[in-house]
Design a protein around this ligand. Structure first.
Ligand SMILES: *Cc1c(COP(=O)(O)O)cnc(C)c1O
Length: 399
């Protein structure tokens, strides 16, 4: 079984490049060049140098003793929350901006929902002195002010998008429209393992530094370079792809991914795309999509702004279909309990997205010898307002 992309850009029947005519040439250029660039010595030197000195890699693999005690197994946390800008997203934007430069592009665009990918893109554009335009739904601009201010401070132009529901999918449409108008000088930095081929594969490769490090770190700590379980949350799928990349064909390793259940699979307010989605085409790829009978995209809901995307990476759609990965929906309230559990047991305040995979731990039945590696994709600073409101509400209830 091959779980990686094939020569045509497909994972099983998912993936491909469904794009407007005007983008054929730039997507084809990227398809023909990305592997040459990623595998060149000069790219590798620069990429790994920046990951070390600018991002702060390798990120620690931390043995979480009290969390392990609670779940009766050996849990290691892969600490992507300790990266510069607070999450795994910078691994990808550093790589893509280097690819953009090598391909002679002089202008960068990006889409963002919660603003995390926008900030990671604005950051590397400042670093490389490249002009940067970030498309963001107007609803998101209003509810994610601190990230909007960071992007502007970093020198990016943030364009509020007024179409549709004014959220992530509308911002993505607008970024694609911009790309169509400036195909020759503009590089589109996509924030997850989504979009037309080669983006899902390129992003997975750039995030695969996570599992390359896990291998080395586990060998050192456990005397074997593989765990029994790998766990990560999925929005579009990039931190999960990075976590599992080098283990996809290792049958000894069970893969468990958590998607956002929202208020419950049957509540009508959910973002559990793999459970609820049907096959369709979204943002250039054939994948699972949350859509109604007429093929209209359904607005996803999750308490976590980074997980409410109506699609899913084609790699992950295929991993679910082939049963290589178990996908568990984790609801808002389960994620919220997990935030406070990790904070109390380990002194680590996780991002709400990462809390979804922590919220999957109680759903699994571990053996005491099991080695579990769970990726903490980001830190909770950006979610403090939600956490404080939750604490205030539960204090009220307890009075
Ligand atoms: C964006 C984000 C995610 C979701 O994106 P993936 O591509 O699925 O990894 C998860 N965690 C954090 C902290 C994020 O910022």
């Amino acid at each position: 079984m091959n779980y990686q992309v094939d020569e045509k850009g497909y994972y099983g029947r998912f993936g491909g490049a469904y794009i407007p005519e005007i983008l054929h040439k730039c997507v084809e250029d990227l398809q023909n060049n990305y592997l040459k660039v990623l595998e060149s010595d000069s790219f590798r030197m620069e990429y790994h140098g920046l990951l070390r000195d600018y991002v702060g890699r390798p990120s620690p693999l931390y043995f979480a003793e009290r969390l392990s005690g609670k779940y009766g197994c050996r849990i290691y946390l892969k600490r992507e929350d300790l990266n510069h800008t607070g999450a795994h997203k910078i691994n990808n934007t550093i790589g893509q901006i280097l690819v953009a430069r090598k391909m002679g592009k002089t202008r960068v665009i990006a889409e963002t929902g919660a603003g995390q990918h926008g900030v990671a893109t604005a950051t590397v554009c400042a670093l490389m002195n490249m002009p940067c335009v970030v498309y963001m739904g107007k609803t998101d601009v209003e509810r994610q002010q601190p990230n909007v201010e960071k992007m502007r401070m970093l020198g990016a132009t943030v364009v509020p998008v007024l179409s549709g529901n004014m959220t992530l999918k509308d911002a993505t449409n607008e970024a694609i429209r911009d790309w169509c108008s400036h195909p020759s000088d503009t590089f589109y930095i996509i924030g997850s393992t989504v979009g037309p081929h080669p983006y899902p594969d390129m992003v997975a490769r750039l995030q695969s530094v996570i599992s390359a490090e896990i291998k080395r770190q586990l060998e050192e700590r456990e005397g074997r370079d593989y765990p029994d379980y790998l766990m990560a949350c999925v929005g579009g799928g990039s931190n999960a792809a990075g976590t599992i990349y080098h283990y996809l064909n290792d049958g000894r390793v069970k893969i468990v991914l958590a998607e956002a259940g929202g208020e419950g699979l049957l509540s009508g307010r959910s973002a559990a795309t793999i459970h609820l989605g049907k096959e369709g085409v979204l943002h250039g790829a054939r994948t699972l999509v949350m859509q109604d009978e007429d093929g209209q995209i359904e607005e996803p809901y999750s308490i976590s702004a980074g997980l409410d995307y109506p699609g899913i990476g084609p790699m992950h759609a295929n991993l679910s279909e082939t049963k290589r990965a178990v996908i568990l929906p984790v609801n808002d309230d389960e994620a919220m309990s997990a935030v406070f559990e990790l904070t109390k047991l380990e002194g680590i305040i996780p991002a709400l997205e990462s809390a979804h995979v922590l919220g999957a731990l109680p759903k699994l039945d571990f053996d005491s010898r099991d080695v579990v590696v769970l990726t903490v994709s980001g830190r909770g600073d950006k979610d403090m307002e939600t956490y404080l409101r939750f604490m205030a509400d539960s204090n009220l209830k307890n009075e």
